[in-house]
Design a protein around this ligand. Structure first.
Ligand SMILES: [Zn+2]
Ligand SMILES: [Zn+2]
Length: 471
């Protein structure tokens, strides 16, 4: 099917002012709707071709978009998997195009760094009217950033359903051995050929599943922050995401058979995650502590020059760990809040904390310390305020924790796909696991289970429990 619901199309279900009661991606493309939460949600992502043989529709799509000088970016892996067929389709249709095929490393994936981006820029033809990335990860990030700085539109041809950043408006790139988020263009069109996606290596498919199952944790983190901080929260968006995760959980059961409909379900879930972020205007519906700990491991790998591990694989591992924390919270004794309040002044000072940040985050420490100066996540006054809310809403919080799935369920589903579920399986040392549990929360100003456990003075105890179980 061709999904194409731009603002100029009739959209009976998504008129401004209507309440969203569909969770189908085709109804949400390009949607703008007034929500029961009081906000109007919208996404500009509106064009997707997700079906078998989809790449054969690219010449027609270019014509429809009025583009005649596309610049195609791929690497040797994605060329073999898909781009060579795209070139053949374009040649056969008489479409002119320019391309660059970046050399993939022998081990691991091409990093989206200064060298790769420089190569893409040096081959950039000045008559280009559309940037097309053929690849899901690095190639996608390079293209969307090039598109942003040149002011040209961006189109994405997916090669594997391995991560959920496909339609986002930012590009994480490596600069000076640090991952930095750059502004970028979201794609004006996305092409996913189910024949190509279903043939992706199983670790990429299971990484996509890990990224989606992580939403079980991040949606719980979001609601936790709603309870503790009265943070804005939307049930409609949560419902859209929950449906997508539940469907992916089912599809994952037989994903090893590589059936087109299961791969389609997974891909739609990944795309929906990006759209859900558009709807809320932040990453809350798609990223929580499971992503923070994954980013933490990734940073350590970058600092140590260790080849990268797939994003969704690390998120899957983080999800199993973080859900275990919710499972523990569900059966935890009610804390002694008077003692917690009385003990606030005995917690580490800002300077002691900053010293730990220098040890753990190394060259990244200034960024982390600057964030804390601005956000004050660990500020005694803010902690005092949160503790009184937690005391008041303890029963609701435990009820929320009890609603999170059992970590072992997610673990089993990932294991059945051959995915790693423990940090050491992807080369994360025990020290990094320990530091990650304690300090991954410092990476973002986002309240999650990790900050919550720190608030109630349980993070050290839970760290020991996770280390015993997973490291
Ligand atoms: Zn809403
Ligand atoms: Zn992700």
């Amino acid at each position: 099917m061709m999904y194409a619901q731009g603002s100029d199309c009739a959209q009976p279900d998504v008129e401004r002012g209507s309440v969203m009661n569909t969770h189908e991606i085709k109804d949400l493309l390009g949607a703008s709707f007034a929500c029961a939460c009081g906000r109007t949600h919208e996404t500009h992502f509106s064009r997707m071709i997700l079906e078998k043989g989809a790449i054969r529709q690219i010449p027609g799509l270019l014509q429809e978009l009025g583009k005649s000088h596309p610049y195609l970016i791929c690497d040797t892996h994605t060329c073999e998997a898909c781009a060579k067929d795209v070139f053949a389709v374009l040649d056969a249709a008489g479409c002119s195009f320019e391309k660059i095929i970046l050399e993939s490393p022998k081990v691991g994936d091409l990093p989206a760094d200064e060298y790769a981006f420089g190569s893409v820029c040096m081959a950039f033809p000045k008559e280009t009217d559309l940037v097309i990335s053929i690849g899901t990860g690095t190639i996608n990030d390079l293209g969307r950033y090039l598109s942003y700085i040149t002011g040209l539109p961006f189109m994405l041809v997916l090669t594997a359903p391995s991560m959920d950043g496909c339609v986002s408006g930012v590009a994480p790139l490596i600069q000076n051995h640090m991952k930095i988020t750059f502004p970028a263009h979201a794609p004006i069109a996305l092409v996913g050929d189910l024949d190509v996606l279903a043939a992706a290596p199983m670790p990429m498919l299971s990484a996509g599943v890990g990224d989606i199952l992580g939403k079980y944790n991040c949606l719980t983190d979001w609601k936790l922050s709603h309870l503790v901080n009265d943070e804005y929260y939307c049930e409609t968006i949560e419902g859209i995401m929950r449906d997508a995760i539940d469907k992916t959980m089912q599809a994952a059961e037989h994903l090893t058979e590589r059936k087109a409909e299961d791969v389609k379900t997974l891909t739609e879930g990944l795309v929906l995650s990006g759209m859900a972020m558009d709807f809320t205007g932040n990453s809350r519906p798609a990223s929580g502590a499971e992503h923070h700990i994954s980013h933490f491991f990734e940073m350590q790998f970058l600092f140590d020059g260790i080849p990268a591990v797939l994003h969704g694989t690390k998120v899957g591992i983080g999800t199993v760990m973080m859900l275990r924390l919710y499972n523990e919270l569900a059966k935890m004794e009610r804390p002694d809040f008077a003692a917690l309040l009385a003990g606030i002044d005995r917690r580490p000072s800002f300077d002691e904390w900053a010293e730990e940040m220098n040890r753990v985050y190394r060259q990244g420490a200034p960024m982390i310390i600057a964030l804390e100066k601005k956000a004050g996540k660990n500020d005694p006054e803010k902690l005092r305020k949160r503790l009184s809310k937690i005391e008041e809403r303890w029963d609701l919080i435990q009820k929320l924790a009890a609603s999170a799935p059992d970590a072992s369920l997610i673990e089993d589903r990932l294991k059945a796909l051959g995915a790693p579920v423990r940090p050491d399986q992807v080369g994360v040392s025990r020290q990094y696991v320990e530091d990650g549990i304690l300090y991954a929360k410092e990476l973002r100003d986002r309240y999650t289970i990790l900050q919550f456990l720190w608030d109630i003075g349980k993070l050290d105890e839970m760290k020991e429990l996770l280390l015993a179980a997973f490291a």
